[in-house]
Design a protein around this ligand. Structure first.
Ligand code: BGC
Length: 756
C-alpha cells in the first residue's frame, strides 16, 4: 500500500472518500482511547455492504479466560488463556431517511471524510447523503473518549437537511459487540476463543439506555450507561439483547437535528461494589459535548507540550511520529492496575496481552515525557509480583519471581513455551526499566515501596537459573532460554539475556545498599519481608562479575552459544512471499538456520553500548543486518538506533522511515488487528536515542545529536529529574534549553554543559 492513503498533515490524519477495501485498517488507525476505554474507529452504522469490518470496544484489563486445550500437555504448561473482551457497543447508531437505511455500500454518498485530530483528541466524520427520495442530507459525527474522565466517552451527531425533505429516523442503540472472527492460521491473531459475554441486565428509561455484562469465568461486571441529549424527544425500548433510543423527525431544507450522547463504562471484579447506578449518574451528569472537547484539548495541549517533537522538512515522518505518540498516550493504563497491550486499545491482535514490549520499548517514551505514567506501568508489575512468584515455583525456582511472557493480569498465558515462557529476559527487562526509572527520576519513594522488591526477586530468579560452569571456565551461565529473537529458541547464553541479568544483579545490590543508607526503615521492612540473607548481594555481584559471554569469531559476536553453528540461510534465497517466515515454515526449520526475526544482539549493543567498542558495533551491525528478516515490528527501530551510533546515517534514516509510518501505511499488512505499540514507541526512541544520541549513564544525561541531510532540523523535549529540556538540532549545530526546573549539568558530545 502506498504512503499516500492519508495525506501528510502535521496534526491530523485524514481519509478522503470512503475507502471500503481498507475499512478494517482505518478502524485501527482511527481508534480512540484513554487508557481504560478503547473504541475502534468503526463507522457509526456498523460497517458497510461490501466492506469487511472489525467491530470493537474494549476496557483495558477486562478479559475472560478459558483453559488452554493442549493436544499433548505437560507439567508446568500455562493453564489458562486470557483474552480481552469486546464489550457492549455504545458508539453506533443507524440512520434512515424515508425508510432508506444509511449504508455506504448501497447509498449515494459524496464527500465522505474522516479526520483524526491529534490535538483535539477527536474523530470527525462528514458526508453528504443524497437519498433515494431526493433529499440532500449533510451528516457530521464526532466522537471522543475523554482523556480527563476515565470512564467517559461521548459522541455528537448533526444531520442537516440541505435540499428536499425526508422523514429522518435516528436509532441510537446499546447492544452486545459483534465479535470479530480471528484468523485461525495467524498465531498473532485471536481465533477460536469463546469471547462472548453474558448479559446481566438491560434497561431503557427516559433518555437513558443501560446494560450490564458479565464475563463467563473471570468475575468481571461491566456496566454501560448512555444518556441522550436532543431537542427532539426519542422513544426508548428494549428488544431481546438490545436497548434503543429512537427519534423520528420530518426534516425540511434548513432543518438540523443534533444528538449528543454521553457514555459511561464501569468495570468491577468479584467482590467489588456494583457500579450500576454510578454509571448512570456519570452519564447523566457528564458535561455537554463542547465542554468535554475543551477539557480534551487542554489535556492534549499539555501532553504535546511535554512530548513536543518536531521535524522540519519532512511532514510524512512528523505525522507518523505524532500519530505514534498520540496512540501510545491513548492506550497506556493510568492506574497501576492496567498495562498497555501490544496493540494498545486499538484491536484484538495478541488478544490484548502485555509483553516485554512495555518495558523495553514503551516505558522509555513515558519515562522521558510523562514519568508518572512510567511509574504506573512499573506499579502494574509490582502488583503482579505474587503471581510471578507462584510461576517461579512452578518453573522449579525455590526463590524469586518470573514474570509472564504474555498476560493481561499477570498469569502466564503463553501456550508455546519455546517462544514464550522461555523468554526469561522478561525479568531483566522489567529490572532494567525499574533501574532506568530510578536514574531518570530519583524517585526514592518508588524504589523503597516497589522497585527494590522487584529487583531482588528478579535477581534471585537469575541466581537460581544460572550456575558457575566448569565447562566455561567457572563463568556464570544461563542456559536453555530464548532471547528476544523468536527465531532462535532454547539457546544457551543469549548475550542479551546475560546482559540484562548482569545488570539486574548489580542494580539489585545497589538498590539495597542505597535503601540501607537512605531509608533504613524501609530497608528493615524489606529485609524482613523478603527474608534477605546478608550474603545474597555478594553472590549476585560475583555472578555479575563472572557472567559468561560467548567469544567473538572473526569479530562476530554470536547471539548465543550456538548461533554461528546454525545452517546459513541467505535471505536473498527466500522468496519474498514467504515472509514472515513464521507463517510459511515449521518452527524447526527456522530454528536450525542462522536467521533472526528481530533485533537481539543488536539490542544488547545498543542498551549496553559502553561495553562494546565502535569496531565491534560496526562489524556486528553489518553481520546481523544481513541475517535479520525484521519479521517482528520490534526490530527496525533498534537497528536504526545502532546505525546512528556507528555513523551510518543513511541506514539509520531508512530504518527509521520504515518504522515511523508502519501503521499509517500498513507496512506489515496486519494493521487491521491493531496498531503496533512497541514499534510506535521505537520511533520516539529513534529520535531521542538514535538521532539525538541520548543516553543516561550513572545518573548523567548526555546527547550527541546528528541531523539527517533530509531534514532542515528537528527538536524534541525530555523530562529528566524534574527538569524539562528541549534539544534543537540543525545541520550546523545543536542547542539545549532548560524549559523548567533547577539548573542541571548534561553532556553534549562528552562535554559538560550547564543548563540554567
Ligand atoms: C515479537 C515479540 C513481541 C510480540 C508482541 C512478536 O512478534 O517477536 O518480541 O513481544 O510480537 O509484540
Amino acid at each position: 500500500m502506498s504512503g499516500t492513503r492519508f495525506p501528510y498533515e502535521p496534526w491530523t490524519v485524514t481519509e478522503d472518500g470512503f475507502q471500503a477495501a481498507f475499512l478494517r485498517e482505518s478502524e485501527s488507525v482511527f481508534a480512540l482511547g484513554n487508557g481504560l476505554i478503547g473504541m475502534r474507529g468503526n463507522l457509526e452504522e456498523l460497517g458497510a455492504t461490501g466492506a469487511e469490518s472489525i467491530q470493537g470496544c474494549y476496557l483495558n484489563g477486562v478479559f475472560d479466560s478459558e483453559p488452554i486445550v493442549y493436544g499433548e500437555s505437560a507439567y508446568g504448561y500455562a493453564k489458562n488463556h486470557e483474552t480481552i473482551c469486546s464489550v457492549m457497543d455504545a458508539k453506533s447508531l443507524s440512520l434512515s431517511a424515508d425508510g432508506e437505511k444509511l449504508d455506504l455500500g448501497l447509498c449515494d454518498v459524496a464527500e465522505h471524510r474522516r479526520v483524526l485530530d491529534m490535538r483535539a483528541g477527536l474523530l470527525r466524520r462528514s458526508f453528504v447523503w443524497n437519498t433515494k427520495g431526493g433529499c440532500t442530507l449533510r451528516v457530521e459525527t464526532e466522537r471522543l473518549v475523554s482523556l480527563t474522565r476515565q470512564e467517559l466517552a461521548a459522541t455528537r451527531l448533526r444531520v442537516r437537511c440541505e435540499a428536499g425533505g425526508c422523514l429522518l429516523r435516528v436509532d441510537s442503540f446499546l447492544a452486545p459487540a459483534v465479535i470479530a472472527q480471528g484468523d485461525p492460521n495467524d498465531p498473532r491473531n485471536a481465533a477460536g476463543k469463546d469471547r462472548s459475554l453474558r448479559i446481566g441486565a438491560i434497561r431503557a428509561e427516559g433518555t437513558l439506555l443501560r446494560m450490564r455484562q458479565l464475563t463467563k469465568r473471570t468475575g468481571f461486571t461491566i456496566n454501560c450507561a448512555v444518556e441522550h441529549r436532543c431537542a427532539f424527544s426519542g422513544e426508548v425500548s428494549v428488544t431481546g439483547e438490545r436497548a434503543d433510543w429512537i427519534a423520528e423527525r420530518a426534516l425540511r431544507a434548513g432543518d438540523t437535528l443534533t444528538l449528543e450522547r454521553s457514555i459511561c463504562y464501569t468495570a468491577t471484579r468479584d467482590g467489588e461494589a456494583d457500579r450500576w447506578d454510578d454509571a448512570a449518574a456519570q452519564a447523566r451528569s457528564a458535561p455537554a459535548f463542547d465542554a468535554l472537547c475543551a477539557e480534551q484539548r487542554a489535556c492534549l495541549d499539555a501532553f504535546w507540550d511535554r512530548a513536543g517533537i518536531d521535524i522540519e522538512g519532512d511532514d510524512a515522518l512528523l505525522q507518523g511520529l505524532r500519530f505514534n505518540l498520540f496512540h501510545l498516550f491513548q492506550s497506556v493504563g493510568r492506574d497501576g492496575r492496567r498495562n498497555i497491550a501490544a496493540k494498545g486499545l486499538t484491536g484484538e491482535g495478541y488478544e490484548g496481552h502485555t509483553f516485554w514490549d512495555t518495558e523495553a520499548y514503551i516505558l522509555p517514551v513515558f519515562l522521558y515525557t510523562e514519568p508518572t505514567l512510567a511509574r504506573r506501568l512499573l506499579e502494574y508489575r509490582y502488583a503482579t509480583l505474587p503471581k510471578a512468584r507462584e510461576r517461579a515455583r512452578v518453573m522449579g525456582h525455590p526463590r524469586g519471581a518470573l514474570f509472564p511472557w504474555r498476560s493481561i493480569d499477570g498469569e502466564e498465558c503463553s501456550a508455546y513455551f519455546p517462544a514464550g515462557t522461555a523468554q526469561y529476559h522478561i525479568d531483566g527487562d522489567v529490572a532494567h526499566a525499574v533501574w532506568e526509572y530510578w536514574q531518570a527520576t530519583g524517585d526514592l519513594d518508588f524504589l523503597a515501596r516497589c522497585g527494590a522488591e522487584i529487583l531482588v526477586e528478579t535477581a534471585r530468579l537469575y541466581a537460581d537459573l544460572g550456575f558457575f560452569s566448569e565447562e566455561k571456565g567457572g563463568r556464570f551461565v544461563l542456559n536453555c532460554v530464548t532471547g528476544p529473537d523468536e527465531y532462535n529458541v532454547l539457546v544457551n547464553n543469549n548475550v542479551y539475556t546475560n546482559r540484562v541479568a548482569e545488570e539486574n544483579f548489580r542494580s539489585a545490590a545497589a538498590a539495597l545498599e542505597l535503601l540501607s543508607a537512605r531509608c533504613p526503615d524501609e530497608y528493615a521492612r524489606l529485609s524482613r519481608e523478603l527474608a534477605l540473607d546478608a550474603g545474597e548481594p555478594r553472590q549476585w555481584l560475583e555472578a555479575a562479575e563472572r557472567m559468561y559471554y560467548p567469544p567473538a569469531r572473526n569479530g562476530v559476536i554470536p547471539q548465543d552459544d550456538g548461533f554461528l553453528d546454525r545452517k546459513p540461510w541467505p535471505l536473498a534465497s527466500i522468496p519474498k512471499e514467504n515472509h514472515p517466515l513464521l507463517m510459511h515454515y515449521h518452527g524447526l526449520v527456522i530454528y536450525r538456520h542462522m536467521v533472526c526475526k528481530q533485533a537481539d544482539l543488536i539490542l544488547a549493543l545498543t542498551q549496553y553500548g559502553e561495553r562494546y567498542t565502535l569496531e565491534e558495533k560496526k562489524r556486528n551491525f553489518a553481520f546481523y543486518d544481513s541475517v535479520t528478516t525484521h519479521d517482528s515490528s520490534l526490530s527496525m527501530a533498534v537497528f536504526s538506533i545502532l546505525a546512528n551510533e556507528i555513523g551510518e546515517l543513511s541506514t539509520a534514516y531508512e530504518y527509521f522511515m520504515s518504522s515511523a509510518r508502519l501503521d499509517l501505511d500498513d507496512m506489515h499488512r496486519n494493521t487491521k488487528d491493531g496498531l503496533h505499540m512497541a514499534n510506535m514507541a521505537g520511533t520516539f526512541n529513534c529520535v531521542t536515542r538514535g538521532f539525538g544520541g541520548m543516553r543516561v549513564r550513572d545518573g548523567v544525561l548526555s546527547f550527541a545529536p546528528v541531523c539527517p541531510p533530509q531534514w532542515r532540523g528537528y527538536a524534541f523535549r525530555v523530562r529528566f529529574r524534574a527538569r524539562s529540556i528541549e534539544v534543537r538540532v540543525r545541520p550546523d549545530g545543536v542547542s539545549y534549553a532548560l524549559l523548567g526546573g533547577e539548573p542541571i549539568t548534561i553532556l553534549s558530545f562528552g562535554k559538560e554543559i550547564e543548563l540554567k
